[in-house]
Design a protein around this ligand. Structure first.
Ligand SMILES: Nc1ncnc2c1ncn2[C@@H]1O[C@H](COP(=O)(O)OP(=O)(O)OP(=O)(O)O)[C@@H](O)[C@H]1O
Length: 224
């Protein structure tokens, strides 16, 4: 298993207790600083794979190597933002680190600058747009110095303009900060922003490569 990868998955198998196999010999690698997108039909196991990577599920069979810390951005930001204001929410992820007040302030400000939200630091979460909420979730991970970010359909609830704004911003973050991103999507327009796309089918990688190559494979499979 290549330990120099940001993410390396080798022969991963997973089934839910009640059901059929979801991942069946899934292997893939993501290089440090790569923006990789993961596609596949409904139920092909994309979210399950992200949850296994994030350590939210136990791995029954296979191996996972992952650069840490790892951040997770959910489809619905209301499922992960827990504090009343932007700054408090970004700081919340640092509570276990026992940092001095000034260090927390600095880490929060730096993270908010990276996602262009410093001016909204005191704004209540309820007064943010969906795209702004997703950027708060990303800032929370950045404040914790996450090197790998996992995104589970983060644009699914956004309008088309906010969708492209978010994906472009994550691409900039990946390229400027050397962060690695694995991004699950159903929206083909987003593929133009990634370095490489991976198509998951029947629990394993069916195709991977440049965005155009994977779009073509999807068309051949009549999945578009
Ligand atoms: N908590 C759970 N308990 C039992 N089965 C589950 C659970 N979560 C997902 N599944 C099942 O596992 C399979 C894979 O689901 P998963 O959510 O990983 O797919 P997905 O590729 O992310 O789908 P989608 O594109 O619809 O989000 C599906 O058959 C789903 O019904």
């Amino acid at each position: 298993m290549d330990q120099s990868c940001a993410i390396a998955i080798d022969d991963l198998h997973f089934s839910w207790d009640s059901g059929a196999s979801v991942l069946a010999g899934c292997s893939l690698q993501v290089k440090p600083g790569e923006f990789c997108m993961l596609l596949g039909t409904n139920g092909s196991g994309k979210s399950t794979l992200l949850r296994l990577l994030a350590g939210l599920l136990d791995i029954p069979q296979g191996k996972i190597h992952l650069q840490k810390p790892v951040g997770f951005v959910f489809q619905n930001p209301d499922h992960q933002l827990v504090m009343p204001t932007v700054g408090a929410d970004v700081a919340f992820g640092l509570v276990d680190e026992n940092l001095a007040y000034e260090d927390v302030r600095q880490r929060v400000d730096e993270a908010l600058i990276m996602v262009n939200l410093l001016q909204l630091k005191r704004r209540p979460i309820y007064a943010l747009s969906g795209g702004q909420k997703q950027r708060v979730a990303i800032a929370g991970a950045l404040a914790q110095n996450c090197r790998v970010l996992l995104f589970d359909e983060p644009t699914a609830l956004l309008d088309p303009d906010s969708q492209l704004e978010l994906v472009a911003q994550v691409r900039d973050l990946v390229k400027q900060q050397g962060i690695t991103a694995l991004w699950v999507t159903h929206r083909l327009v987003e593929l133009d922003y990634c370095d490489r796309a991976i198509l998951l089918e029947q629990g394993r990688v069916a195709t991977e490569g440049a965005p155009e190559q994977v779009k073509q494979a999807l068309q051949n499979l009549h999945l578009t």
